[in-house]
Design a protein around this ligand. Structure first.
Ligand code: SF4
Length: 463
């Protein structure tokens, strides 16, 4: 997949033991959320701090982890910037890590600079940190974000009190709490897989607008801001999150399975499809292809061999770099010769990647390639900075210039046009209704803006 532009993950741990090693492992388990930068801060009366360009496993040394003393700490992985950021403030020494995007950053920067504030680079984490630091205490500072920031964020703040973990009032980005059975470790993570793989059990998701203090006693809600509604990013289940994670009580694997089954059911309902194999576009199409296989009974077979030593395409800085990396990371299995293939992917943004894959399969001798897409057509940019930023990047939008798909005839026309553009024998998307049903979450609790254009923000929301 190719849409996600700016992504990241946070991990926080309060432990009875030195924590740096486990924070390192925590961010390693979140590395799929961003591979350009990583960082760790720990606290033992003062904050120790280290950030790197690159993946945690390639950049952190044992000596550095040894120097990161303390039982409490936070970590970050990012596509965009170095975090955490450490600050010396009137409320004490703190370190801040944010997973998210500030949409009204220009307005906030201008307003704060007029008031005499200065910034190193004006990144989102700097803006968020300065809003927190301006307040008399950390909880008030985090609460002030809800009034000022337009965007999507989950964050962790390391301080002398422990670690504050918070989510924006809509809960766009995931943040989940977990602990071990003995009560010796309490953690917060962008995804549950980091908890599970460190032998901790999931406790619960942080609520939208909730601020939780994590310390040696466990979890304590220190603020619960009013939330106008929930708006969990639907893309997390379809693409961003790892398949072994659970978000808002829904297994990512089960959601992807449902999305694939739903595509297969549509094919069955519309007269069936004759194919030899169903195959995923690795890695994010795997769950969808397994679901399609389960419902259709068509054999599941990999057709691309994933080069695990190539970086995930969306973590490259430019589109050209992403395209090159995408090409490098998959090789075709010669087995495809003469086969009729159902090829499952998570979404189509520009259509460039899927066109290359269809072309590669046909060049390798595939007889037919039918593309099945888990997400509905992407019609709108993501105003929360998570996915595409402009209409011009959206293939489906260039066909449906005047707005939403309102019936199946329109959807079929779009699918035929996309099939022609990407060189496939057919293309089908999930409808928004089938997509929502597959996520097993009430539509009113999801953000679906990039599919239906409906913003979860109430009128007159800040920014
Ligand atoms: S617009 Fe799309 S990518 Fe952005 S938060 Fe909403 S569902 Fe997620």
């Amino acid at each position: 997949m190719k849409a996600i532009q700016e992504n990241c993950g946070v991990f926080a741990l309060c432990s009875r033991y030195q924590c740096a090693g486990e924070i390192f492992q925590g961010i390693d388990f979140l590395q799929h959320r961003g591979q350009q930068y990583c960082g760790i801060s720990t606290y033992d009366g003062t904050i120790h701090h280290e950030t790197h360009r690159g993946k945690a496993v390639n950049t952190f040394t044992e000596e550095e982890l040894e120097r990161l003393k303390g039982r409490w700490g936070i970590g970050h992985v990012s596509l965009q910037d170095r975090q955490p950021l450490r600050w010396l403030t009137q409320i004490g020494e703190i370190s801040v890590a944010v997973s998210g995007n500030v949409i009204n950053s220009h307005e906030l920067l201008r307003e704060m600079m007029i008031r005499g504030k200065s910034f190193l680079e004006g990144t989102d984490v700097e803006i968020i940190s300065k809003i927190i630091i301006e307040a008399p205490d950390i909880v008030s500072g985090i609460s002030n974000l809800a009034r000022k920031v337009r965007g999507a964020y989950s964050l962790v703040v390391l301080s002398k009190d422990g670690i504050y973990a918070a989510r924006d009032i809509f809960g766009f980005r995931p943040l989940i709490l977990g602990h071990d059975e003995e009560g010796t470790r309490f953690a917060a993570s962008s995804e549950s897989r980091a908890l599970q793989n460190l032998d901790m059990q999931v406790y619960r998701d942080v609520n939208p607008g909730e601020v939780v203090l994590i310390n040696d006693e466990g979890f304590r809600t220190v603020a619960q801001l009013e939330s106008p509604r929930r708006a969990h990013c639907a893309f997390e289940w379809a693409y961003t999150a790892s398949m072994d994670s659970i978000i808002e009580g829904v297994y990512v694997q089960e959601a992807r399975d449902n999305l694939g089954e739903s595509l297969a059911q549509r094919d069955i309902d519309e007269g069936g499809i004759t194919a030899d194999i169903v195959a995923p576009v690795p890695m994010s199409g795997i769950g969808h292809a397994l679901g399609y296989h389960k419902r259709s009974k068509i054999n599941y077979q990999e057709v691309f061999l994933y080069n695990r030593y190539a970086d995930r395409s969306y973590t490259q800085a430019t589109q050209s770099d992403r395209d090159k990396m995408a090409k490098r990371k998959l090789s075709i299995l010669p087995y495809v010769k003469g086969k009729r293939i159902v090829l499952c992917d998570d979404s189509i943004v520009r259509g460039t990647q899927i066109r290359y894959k269809v072309m590669d399969l046909k060049n390798a001798g595939a007889k037919e390639v039918h593309v099945r897409v888990a997400c509905p057509p992407l019609m709108y940019p993501c105003e929360f900075g998570i996915s595409t930023r402009s209409y011009g990047e959206l293939l489906a939008r260039s066909f449906m210039r005047n707005g939403n798909i309102v019936n199946m005839d329109q959807l079929r026309s779009l699918e035929a046009w996309v099939a022609d553009r990407v060189g496939a024998d057919s293309v089908k998307f999930n409808t928004i209704e089938d997509f929502v049903a597959s996520l097993m979450t009430e539509r009113c609790n999801l953000c679906l803006t990039c599919f239906d254009g409906v913003s979860p923000y109430p009128p007159n929301f800040p920014g």
